[in-house]
Design a protein. Structure first.
Length: 426
């Protein structure tokens, strides 16, 4: 029990940090943007000569004979250059590692950027500029994308292929988006995940207890739904149980500790400065035009023990899409990749469901090899969970290039998984 308490206290700290406002995060990260490990190259934006210095961080260079991994964080709009929480934990020490921030965000904030500068193919060009700047060959480079980063990795590999370059050594995709969400699909997946969790905890009796605790403690329906979504994203942690177990137990039995350790209200968009506004520009142009735009503003509310879709956000029409229309929706089926592709997918991932990941997997028939690994009951970042609880396990899997046999190291552990492999043409 002591170990579980320590684990959930740690997870509470993680969620609290993840929910800090973007503005505060951007201010904190500026220090590392000037670290010697952060280098840049000039990106020309248009024919008028507008440009910006695109920064990336060389954490380490590859040892002789080992590849370099370029990490593409999610969001869209997450950073990885400075954030401990958003940096990959599983890349082995002998591999080179490069961290990136998308244009306009984090170390790449620049007031010269306009809304039409935010498109995934343009971000893909930024990634390819790293290879040119560092004289890296694609054959010795691995693109590692998480969540939205899987879209960017897919698009970057496609652009690289269209330019006539040799394919990348490998794509590692974790929490995979296969195609743009349809209607309320994105929010509905969280509602489905909550129902699965409720079923595991005893069904309606458990639902009534949580609903009663929310009412007694006068918790906001929208804010509590956001809290649940954050923990549903993390899923179960092997035999440690689901990360929601401890905070919901505290909600019922020690509200003060629950509020102090786990419940962090989301910040208002009204408090964002220029960097926060730049984030919203990126969001409206990529999320709303390429990934999901269900129409009227929508959010999840916690009502009578269920997560339900509301047609408004905080009782008002949501303005985050700022009039953007879904006119360039992403679909991995329209893209043909040549590289070996590894899919690391949590079975209980509500953000990018296993169905989404499998759609990408079955449609890449020109890939030389595809390895689909589905981790039972894990959420949006399965490899990070495994690495954290079983140090070194994922290192060896990377060293063996995600061969089916390499996953034997997890046999006999609390992490259950299944693997499917397809060759070119299958």
């Amino acid at each position: 029990m002591y170990r579980k308490n320590r684990l959930y206290s740690f997870m509470g700290a993680i969620l609290s940090l993840l929910l800090i406002s973007y503005t505060a995060h951007a201010n904190d990260e500026k220090q590392v943007c000037f670290d010697p490990s952060v280098v840049s190259n000039k990106i020309i934006l248009d024919q008028t000569g507008r440009s910006f210095d695109y920064k990336y961080r060389i954490v380490r260079k590859a040892e002789q004979g080992f590849p370099t991994v370029i990490y593409l964080p999610g969001g869209p709009g997450q950073t990885s250059i400075e954030g401990i929480l958003t940096q990959p934990k599983t890349v082995p020490p002998k591999f080179g590692l490069i961290l990136t921030d998308p244009r306009g965000i984090g170390c790449n904030f620049n007031e010269n950027l306009k809304k039409n500068d935010f498109q995934t193919p343009l971000l893909a060009g930024d990634i390819l500029s790293i290879l040119k700047d560092m004289s890296l060959s694609p054959e010795q480079t691995i693109l590692y994308g998480a969540s939205y980063g899987t879209v960017l990795a897919t698009t970057t590999a496609e652009l690289n292929n269209r330019l006539g370059n040799k394919p990348f050594k490998m794509l590692v995709l974790e929490g995979v988006l296969g195609k743009a969400f349809v209607g309320q699909e994105y929010l509905n997946q969280y509602a489905i995940s909550w129902e699965k969790y409720v079923s595991r905890k005893g069904g309606n009796d458990f639902r009534k207890k949580i609903s009663s605790a929310v009412i007694v403690n006068n918790l906001d329906k929208s804010m509590f739904a956001s809290f649940l979504n954050g923990y549903l994203l993390l899923g179960s942690w092997g035999n440690m149980g689901h990360v929601l177990d401890m905070p919901l137990d505290l909600l019922q039995n020690d509200f003060s500790k629950f509020k102090n350790d786990y419940y962090t209200p989301s910040p208002s968009h009204d408090s964002m400065n220029a960097e926060g506004q730049m984030y919203l520009n990126l969001w409206s142009q990529i999320w709303c035009r390429e990934i999901s735009n269900p129409g009227d503003g929508q959010e999840l509310l916690f009502d009578n023990g269920k997560l339900i879709v509301s047609q408004t956000v905080n009782g008002k029409n949501d303005k985050s899409c700022d009039g953007a229309k879904p006119d360039r929706l992403y679909d991995s089926k329209t893209i043909s990749l040549r590289e070996k592709i590894v899919y690391l997918q949590g079975e209980d991932d509500p953000a990018t469901s296993a169905t989404q990941a499998y759609y990408h997997f079955v449609n890449q028939k020109k890939s030389q090899e595809r390895v689909f690994v589905l981790f039972k009951q894990l959420g949006h970042a399965p490899s990070a969970v495994i690495q954290m609880l079983m140090a070194g396990k994922m290192d060896s899997i990377w060293y063996e290039e995600f061969s089916e046999k390499s996953f034997d190291i997890l046999n006999g552990t609390s992490f259950q998984f299944k693997i499917e492999r397809k060759l070119k043409g299958e």
